[in-house]
Ligand binder design. Sequence first.
Ligand code: ATP
Ligand code: NCN
Length: 195
Amino acid sequence: MKLALFGGSFDPPHLGHLAFAHFALSALAPDRLLWLPAGRQWQKPDQVMAAGVHRVQMLKRLIAGEKRFAVDDRELHRRGPSFTADTLREFAKQQPGAELMFLIGQDQYARLPTWYSAEVVTELATLVVVPRAGEAVVTPPGMPPHRLQVLDLPDTPISSTAVREALARGGDIAPLVGPEVASYIASHRLYEKKP
Ligand SMILES: Nc1ncnc2c1ncn2[C@@H]1O[C@H](COP(=O)(O)OP(=O)(O)OP(=O)(O)O)[C@@H](O)[C@H]1O
Ligand SMILES: O=C(O)c1ccc[n+]([C@@H]2O[C@H](COP(=O)([O-])O)[C@@H](O)[C@H]2O)c1
């Protein structure tokens, strides 16, 4: 059993995430690829995120149609910060013998030595890393020993920040998130500035 795990704030999820996940399906052929929205991303303390239920609904709309994709909302139900080490420990216990792969972009890989129990993360999962925003994959100083697979994903210049900024300008976000997520955001009036 090969299990690919894709953790993220997904605030909102966008077509860059989807391109990464599809690329990982082709390159790694996992049995399943689980999308794990973070409950409380402790390294983004100032970001007021859309509620977990909305991020789950947006993810479901983004990934519809691919049977190997599913949303796993375990981090939303955990109290306290969402530590990836805790999540991987749970998967290792629930699926003994499964090969775990954790997907991340270079921006987060560069920060991985600052994660809680980074050595547990690297012990339990192979890191599958892609370049991000023109930054090639480079192992940061201070990384514990790890298994690394670099995927040569073509750059998709989209970020959740860019989506939120486009919304604030009143721009069309469908080219960034796809029509289903765009209409969910519009109908629930997500990311509108509160007066
Ligand atoms: N366009 C992209 N191409 C490849 N990887 C991406 C892309 N966007 C996000 N990722 C990766 O997906 C994971 C989750 O990202 P996240 O949900 O924080 O989105 P983001 O676009 O980076 O958000 P924000 O702009 O709010 O920081 C991270 O590992 C990140 O590196
Ligand atoms: O465990 C940690 O200490 C830790 C610190 C920063 C980020 N992460 C995880 O990395 C993933 C990507 O985070 P982000 O903020 O880029 O969406 C997501 O699953 C986060 O929970 C995990």
